[in-house]
Design a protein around this ligand. Structure first.
Ligand code: ADP
Length: 587
């Protein structure tokens, strides 16, 4: 590679030598030169409409590829918008992100009021694993490499490098050697910890393995498959742990989730935390006497909340499961009553779900339309979901779709995640399309179709990214589940904001807010917006229209397809999200 003439070329070469294949971001002064230098080296630059979506996309790319996704933004407001992705990456603990942002010249004093001036390092330091402004132009490569390495070694998180304009535009004074990053060393569990956990499993009456998205990130699928087959222990995937082992595996007891959590006496969390998603490991969802073991790369995580530190293991999941597999070699769980209890609960729940899916409604309801959508998609994909990547966000949309859409391969389901972040869907879908089909960094042999199932409110956060999908001709299918509101919607005859009503008590007319805070416009034409942004759109009200739209969207390979699925607005009336409710959720 030729010696760099400018700081921007030096930055591009640093990223290239780290193996970076794609950058997500938005350019402006002073980072345009950086993006152009990267493109000149063959690195793809995916230009977004909002830094939020770009930062979400980059972090999802990190989850999908196992190396930090890179996001490039301008300083000041660009950094503030990208903070959404920083927070989302940190909280998800499996979405490594390298954020690079332009900034004002190093010669500008702190109160100068320079263009988009912001002390981004001070702002981001508490929210990242490493936030640096290189002390000189010549130290750009080392700062970038360290921020990149730190983002994915240990517990994944965020590395940040501030790129001053004078460094970007300056000339290196000496020849600089750029050193690569080695793969992260894999940490094994201590033999004593492994023995304790193996003994606990041997002694368990109702053991349960919980497969979290840490397993997906750690690429533990092969050893986990062997372990589960050998030990015969039932397993429960978390929402993004779905697919690490197929939803069709006979030991997958996702359809008996409540019964499994409530009755297990020894549960092992593999790459999952006892947060709201798992009801904190507390009663009434769990038994008060359960022992919960945890395997995690982060030692600080172990022993938090209801986990039992004596049974927990620090280490990489692939390594620890390999150790556990050999510690339990020759042992097989064989109490049929636990399997029987779970099968009975599963059969009951599946029958209840089938009943809901059979209810024909006009306008369409969630359960039936999702079931039909799944059937059409799987048929078009050759009879299985193996080559479909699902992205899902929204409240009811995400909650209900999670159990209806099967996932059979690892890292093929992305959702609002640990932070329940709305607005991630379109960025995630773009990241998945690029990772699977364009840079092929995920190393699968077949082409994947990315399908984003979006609540109408969640979709609105990142709606302009449909134009991004069109510009790069990404054939992503977006289904907007349109009930005209947050959680539940309004019907077309809702009175508008500020309607005058007669108030007898106050003896006169007053202006009232009759529109609930959850309301969005009724039947918004997202399909028409999609056409305007360069994609294709369908408005769907009936089962026949749904089938036709899915077929046509599948066949359209030139850009995004938006299916505006109009569903009943008011009857899914619960405002209580299943995960948070005290009641037992069925699936
Ligand atoms: P879920 O949302 O699926 O419940 P969480 O985000 O709560 O999962 O937990 C994921 C956990 O995985 C985090 O605590 C993180 O530290 C852990 N983790 C990430 N990578 C690895 C790895 N290679 N080995 C072990 N644990 C990991």
């Amino acid at each position: 590679m030729a010696s760099p003439d400018t700081g921007s070329q030096l930055i591009a070469q640093s990223l290239y030598s780290l193996g970076v294949k794609v950058i997500f971001g938005i350019v402006g002064i002073p980072v345009i030169e950086v993006a152009e230098a990267c493109i000149a080296l063959g690195i793809k630059f995916v230009s977004f409409r909002n830094e939020q979506a770009a930062s979400y996309a980059a972090s999802a790319y990190g989850f999908l590829t196992g190396r930090p996704g890179v996001c490039l933004v301008v300083g000041g407001p660009g950094v503030l918008h990208a903070m959404a992705g920083v927070g989302n990456s940190t909280v998800n603990a499996t979405f490594p992100l390298l954020l690079l942002a332009g900034s004002s010249e190093t010669t500008a004093g702190p109160t100068k009021g320079a263009f988009q001036q912001l002390d981004a390092v001070s702002l981001l330091a508490p929210h990242t694993k490493l936030a640096v402004r290189p002390p000189s132009l010549e130290q750009l490569p080392e700062s970038i490499r360290e921020a990149y390495r730190t983002a994915f070694w240990g517990r994944p998180g965020v590395g940040f490098v501030d790129l001053p304009a004078d460094f970007i535009q300056g000339t290196p004074r000496e020849k600089i050697t750029i050193s690569p990053v080695h793969p992260q060393p894999r940490v094994s569990g201590s033999p004593a910890q492994i023995r304790a956990l193996a003994d606990a499993l041997r002694g368990a009456k109702k053991p349960l393995i919980i497969i979290g998205k840490g397993c997906a990130y750690a690429r533990s699928e092969n050893i986990l498959h062997k372990f589960i087959e050998a030990t015969n222990i039932p397993f429960l995937p978390t929402p993004q742990g779905k697919g690490v082992l197929s939803d069709n595996h006979p030991l997958n007891i996702a359809t008996a989730r409540s019964a499994a959590l409530k009755n297990t006496d020894v549960a092992v969390l593999l790459g999952a935390r006892l947060n709201w998603i798992l009801h904190f490991g507390e009663t009434p969802k769990w038994s008060s006497t359960v022992r919960i073991a945890q395997v995690d790369i982060s030692p600080e995580e172990l022993g938090r909340g209801s986990t039992d530190p004596a049974l927990s293991v620090t280490g990489d999941i692939t390594e620890v499961v390999t150790q556990l597999h050999s510690a339990l070699s020759g042992w097989r769980y064989s109490d049929a009553s636990w399997h029987g209890l779970l099968s009975a609960s599963s059969a009951k729940n599946v029958a209840a779900a089938d009943k809901k899916a059979a209810i024909v409604k006009n306008p369409l309801g969630y359960h039936r339309s999702f079931t039909l959508l799944r059937e059409h998609l799987e048929k078009l994909a050759g009879g299985s979901p193996d080559d479909i990547v699902y992205v899902s966000e929204g409240a009811n949309t995400m909650d209900i779709s999670r159990s209806i859409f099967s996932v059979t391969k690892p890292r093929q389901r992305l959702d609002a995640g640990t932070y329940a972040t709305m607005g991630v869907g379109l960025g995630y879908a773009i990241a998945a399309e690029i990772a699977y089909n364009h840079t092929r960094e995920t190393r699968t042999s077949t082409r994947k179709r990315v399908v984003a199932i979006e609540g109408d409110s969640a979709f609105g956060f990142s709606l302009p990214e449909i134009e991004t999908m069109s510009r790069y001709r990404l054939p992503i299918i977006v289904v907007v589940v349109n009930n005209g509101g947050v959680y539940r919607g309004t019907s077309d005859n809702s009175p508008a904001w500020g309607t005058e009503v007669w108030d007898a008590d106050k003896e006169g007319r007053r202006s009232a807010q009759l529109l609930p805070s959850t309301a969005l416009s009724f039947e918004t034409g997202y399909d028409v917006v999609a056409e305007g942004l360069g994609g294709r759109g369908w408005k769907v009200r009936t089962e026949e229209e749904l089938e036709r739209a899915v077929k046509e969207a599948w066949a359209y390979g030139q850009g995004p397809s938006v299916i505006n699925l109009i569903i009943e607005s008011g009857s899914e009336s619960k405002l209580e999200f299943n995960w948070l409710g005290k009641k037992e959720s069925k699936l």
